[in-house]
Design a protein around this ligand. Structure first.
Ligand code: ATR
Length: 275
């Protein structure tokens, strides 16, 4: 039997175990997925390696620390965060599937990223994944955050990591939440990567700025139908809920670990049945 795991704190209510186990079952793989709340990420990853664990996900607050125990791939190194460890090589490799989670969630809904004017609200881990996902395909990326300095820091990191040889270099800007009033009406794509709307009926983006040419991805998935998504739908926008991001970061990790095409329908059904 192959053992996969998740380290983070807290992970008690994580939806990754049912999602991955549904995937293993659908493919007839003899594998389990378990959660741990270790004190130290580097010790935990080295210990898991020693025990023969096949693969591991890493969540808050360990995604940066995990870099100290793995050989990061180019993307994980650029983002500065690892959420997936593959123990099939020595040393174990570290990957960031949160970025693909954003890209694939949008692609699943036929949202085109190429040449988009994109706005990311937030500057934490989820915003980082969204900003790195959008920076290359987009023509412009604006990061807006309550704490403006954090938005500026994220925009600087994204700008520094863009390849020099892009045909059309992406314009990356940053500001406070007040800048949403100018940016959202002109945007094609909006990602909420703040925790605003989680277990509450608040929205980070006033409804008056939303419009019908917008695609809106909300990283919040509890509730699934956030006020932002409801107001975006009412404005005629395309909406993508946070479960899709969670699904596709898991799908990408599953495919890396198993080498198989993930049974996306089974994983999605298991995930949504827990919500
Ligand atoms: P994660 O890693 O899950 O993205 P995080 O690093 O705690 O979590 O980031 C949470 C994000 O939500 C931040 O952008 C935070 O803004 P600050 O950087 O100003 O803290 C944003 N956020 C949380 N509560 C908020 C609120 N009430 N209004 C606006 N933004 C909020």
């Amino acid at each position: 039997m192959d053992v996969y795991g998740l380290i983070g704190r807290p992970v008690e209510h994580s939806l990754s175990p049912p999602m991955h186990e549904a995937g293993f079952e659908a493919l007839g793989l003899d594998a389990r997925y378990v959660t741990f709340e270790p004190g130290d990420a580097v010790d935990a990853i080295r210990g898991a390696d020693a025990l023969g664990v096949a693969g591991m996900n890493v969540t808050v607050p360990f995604k940066q620390d995990a870099l100290g125990a793995v050989e990061p791939d180019d993307l994980a190194a650029r983002v500065g965060a690892v959420n997936t460890v593959d123990f099939s090589s020595d040393p174990p490799t570290g990957h960031n599937t949160d970025v693909a989670g954003v890209t694939r969630a949008l692609e699943h809904h036929d949202v085109s990223l190429d040449g988009a004017a994109a706005v990311v609200v937030g500057a934490g881990g989820a915003a980082r994944a969204a900003a790195f996902a959008l920076a290359e395909p987009a023509v412009s990326l604006h990061v807006a955050n309550r704490t403006e300095e954090r938005a500026g820091g994220l925009a600087d990191d994204v700008r520094a990591s863009l390849p020099d040889d892009l045909d059309t270099p992406t314009t990356v800007t940053a500001g406070g939440l007040d800048t949403l009033a100018d940016r959202v009406p002109a945007a094609d794509l909006l990602v909420n990567a703040t925790s605003v709307g989680m277990e509450s009926d608040e929205t980070p983006v006033p409804a008056e700025h939303l419009h019908g040419d917008l695609a809106v991805l909300d990283a919040v998935y509890a509730p699934l139908d956030t006020r932002l998504l409801r107001e975006a739908r009412a404005a005629g926008a395309t909406t993508v809920d946070g479960a899709w991001m969670l699904l596709y970061q898991g799908v990408e990790a599953f495919e890396r670990w198993t080498g198989a095409d993930a049974p996306i329908e089974a994983m999605n059904a298991a995930l949504r049945s827990e919500m």
